[in-house]
Write a protein that binds this ligand. Structure first.
Ligand SMILES: Cc1cc2nc3c(=O)[nH]c(=O)nc-3n(C[C@H](O)[C@H](O)[C@H](O)COP(=O)(O)OP(=O)(O)OC[C@H]3O[C@@H](n4cnc5c(N)ncnc54)[C@H](O)[C@@H]3O)c2cc1C
Length: 293
């Protein structure tokens, strides 16, 4: 059963921020409600004030600019990201990731902002956005700040939001030239939460890996960037042996949970496989874009 609360449905960002600044810790934002309602029903949170932001049309957008890159409003639904022609053209990995996230029904209602703010380390968008070097715009009354996506998750279901703040925008820079990015996740059925996931971005210069970002989901209490594994690839002409080594090092850096879907040991093995697979695809994509220019 859900405890009583007072409900507000502001139609502007300013109105939502005013309510947040007034009620702070006693208030919670609700967007799609897909995760909020579950934890409210479980009694894990009992907000006195619920601020429903789903009706704030100004936070539902996808914009692309060759200089600034991609801007996604926090209330954009997963399905819009999956289907966006501009995302499919410039950030295909985001569209692919969304295609494997839950069912169409869930993607048609859940928001990217809600997904990130829920702070579930098993979530799919965060690792891909970290691999893409994305940032988040957080707003409070009269103030805005930008935080790197990599710094946003603090612990299991905990993110770096102050009680008076809300996420308004996701910002994804244009990737450096000759960059390929890929996401792979282990699912029992398509659309399941990933038992393990890996997002990898590789940048080449003259065939040598200039930069690599490798990020895991469901392998720690936060989306985990495995920097020692990245070092295995950086500065080298990447081959199958190095991909396998990166997977092995990533598996050592991971601290995966054990649950009904898989033991810690099983997840460690799967980290090896999925890092290797995602890195292989990212490498092929980086080579392909290098040949285009
Ligand atoms: C059946 C099912 C399957 C799913 N499968 C997957 C999957 O495979 N992969 C995956 O990644 N996800 C999955 N999800 C999660 C889904 O992607 C939703 O995105 C996610 O539940 C939250 O989105 P929401 O808009 O419903 O947020 P809500 O539930 O409304 O909010 C979630 C949290 O974020 C906070 N919040 C929301 N918006 C903001 C904001 N703008 N600023 C500050 N705080 C905010 C809320 O206060 C709350 O704490 C699944 C969900 C369901 C129900």
């Amino acid at each position: 059963m859900i405890a009583d609360f007072e409900y507000f449905a502001p139609k502007t960002v300013e109105a939502a921020l005013s309510l947040l600044s007034q009620y702070k810790e006693e208030a919670k934002i609700i967007a799609g409600g897909q995760s909020m309602l579950i934890i409210m029903k479980q009694g894990l949170i009992t907000p006195e004030y619920l601020i429903d932001i789903k009706g704030i049309a100004a936070l539902d957008y996808i914009k692309y600019d060759e200089g600034k890159g991609l801007r996604i409003g926090a209330l954009t639904i997963h399905r819009a990201i999956e289907k966006s022609p501009v995302i499919q053209k410039h950030f295909g990995v985001l569209s692919e990731m969304e295609r494997n996230l839950a069912t169409i029904q869930t993607r048609n209602w859940g928001t990217i902002g809600g997904n990130l703010c829920h702070g579930d380390p098993a979530g799919d968008p965060a690792p891909v956005l970290i691999a893409l070097n994305a940032s988040l715009k957080l707003a409070s009354l009269g103030r805005e700040r930008i935080i790197e996506m990599e710094e946003f998750s603090k612990d299991y279901l905990e993110v770096a939001l102050e009680p008076n703040e809300m996420l308004t925008e996701i910002q994804v820079p244009v990737p450096p030239p000759h960059t390929g990015t890929a996401h792979e996740k282990l699912m029992v059925m398509k659309g399941d939460m990933g038992i393990i996931g890996a997002a990898v971005s590789i940048t080449l210069r003259d065939g040598v890996c200039q930069d690599a970002r490798i990020v895991l989901s469901n392998a720690a209490s936060v989306p985990l960037r495995v920097k020692e594994a990245e070092k295995v690839l950086i500065g080298k002409r990447v081959n199958e042996g190095l991909l396998a080594k990166a997977g092995e090092i990533a598996s050592k850096e991971a601290d995966p949970p054990s649950d009904v879907h898989g033991s810690t040991e099983y997840r460690r093995e799967m980290v090896k496989v999925f890092v290797r697979r995602a890195a292989r695809v990212a490498l092929e994509r980086a080579k392909a874009v290098s040949q285009e220019v």
